[in-house]
Design a protein around this ligand. Structure first.
Ligand SMILES: [Zn+2]
Length: 404
């Protein structure tokens, strides 16, 4: 079984490029109680400044927190450009940022340290998402969440007790953000088959064993079983590594993420429902859609939707350029249908080998007490259907959402 620690120390051999890939992260330490040594750990780095939120700062006792230069952001913060500005200012006289938190804190620290040309080290507080080892940061700017180039942490220190005792809602969200590997891989393969875009199996090879184990052991997450939470955090780190070695989020974010992000455009960006909770619902939608399309040879149809419908649905003309670049003409449809006719049965077999059936996913999400339908998340079903239909226009990636 692959583990992040080994990949970081030895690198990983990529049979596709025939190269040994090395990451800029120098170490991953997983230990019980490591958080209580935070002051001596950060002393090893050149003048450090810690960023936490109202919840994560409580992991340090008052005396310890007082001994470290730090700033605490509100617990319900999103990684906004105004917080980026604030942190850039706070850390200007320091050399290393210390992130104590999960999604928002990690995005803010990896981005602000990158644009300020500083290192950052990370103390993750929950197995809640797969962005710890990915080199891009999601920042809310001008009302939209955008992905920005950032960098990897210099080191990650994971306190076993802290991630195990994180709220279960965060842990199960992390599980969903990991298990969407199945729908993401199917979409990435589809683009590769039809448009001959680049595809790399290595990210999935890294995850295979750990995924099998998690598919058996996930119910133990409910009881906060330490070993299984550690498996999950490993899976999330490896998922991030997969994105980093692919130079993009391709192996972990395709149609299911496009729908979730498109729903954010419709309902506005808020912390709740959590990212992984949305991904559970959209992964089920994608898994079902992919199953349907894989069953019979589909016919690719020319685009019939127009710009007005896209603007009306998302309330912005933000996606028009992408939409126009993705439009399928009569000629293109004919060309793609030729490929589909010749290759679909073979392709379908490859995808199905790596696909987790929607029924299995549904059972897992139900076992974990997660929402499985749009309405469970407070989303209007009609709006959701419309977004699923139009989400293809929101990102320059060809997925099963493009097959009408
Ligand atoms: Zn995600």
């Amino acid at each position: 079984m692959y583990c992040s620690k080994q990949i970081i120390s030895d690198g990983v051999f990529d049979p596709y490029s025939n190269k040994l890939l090395k990451l800029s992260t120098e170490k991953v330490v997983i230990e019980q109680g490591i958080i209580s040594d935070i002051d001596s750990i950060i002393k090893c780095y050149n003048s450090s400044y810690l960023i936490a939120d109202e919840n994560t700062i409580r992991l340090l006792d008052n005396k310890l927190a007082a001994s470290i230069s730090h700033h605490v952001i509100p617990g319900d913060s999103s990684p906004s450009s105004s917080l980026v500005e604030l942190i850039v200012n706070k850390v200007k006289d320091f050399n290393t940022l210390v992130a104590l938190g999960s999604g928002t804190i990690n995005d803010l620290c990896k981005y602000t340290s990158y644009i300020s040309n500083k290192d950052y080290i990370l103390f993750p507080t929950a197995a809640s998402m797969n962005g710890y080892m990915s080199a891009s940061a999601s920042i809310l700017t001008g009302g939209y969440k955008k992905s920005f180039q950032a960098h990897l942490p210099k080191a990650i220190y994971i306190d076993l007790d802290v991630v195990t005792n994180a709220p279960f809602r965060l842990t199960r969200s992390g599980f969903a953000d990991f298990i969407c590997r199945s729908t993401a891989q199917a979409d990435w393969l589809l683009s590769h088959l039809l448009l001959n875009t680049e595809y790399n199996n290595l990210p999935f090879s890294l995850l295979r064993d750990i995924e099998q184990e998690l598919l058996k052991e996930y119910p133990k997450l409910i009881a906060k079983d330490k070993d299984v939470v550690i498996l999950l955090i490993e899976a999330l780190l490896l998922s991030g590594i997969g994105m980093t070695i692919s130079n993009g989020s391709y192996p972990a974010s395709q149609g299911e993420h496009m729908i979730a992000h498109a729903m954010d455009e419709v309902y506005g960006h808020s912390l709740l429902p959590l990212h992984g909770e949305k991904i559970a619902v959209t992964t089920l939608t994608m898994a079902k859609l992919q199953e349907e399309k894989l069953l019979i040879i589909p016919t690719i149809k020319p685009t019939t939707v127009n710009e007005k419908e896209i603007i009306e649905c998302f309330g912005t003309n933000e996606f028009i350029e992408i939409f126009n670049s993705k439009k399928i003409s009569e000629e293109k449809a004919e060309h793609l249908n030729d490929i589909v006719q010749k290759n679909w049965s073979e392709f379908s077999e490859v995808v199905r080998k790596n696909h987790i059936p929607s029924k299995v996913l549904k059972k897992i999400f139900c076992d974990l007490g997660m929402a499985i339908n749009a309405e469970d998340l407070g989303w209007d079903t009609g709006k959701y259907k419309k977004v699923v239909d139009l989400a293809f226009a929101t990102r320059d990636r060809f997925t099963f959402l493009d097959i009408k």
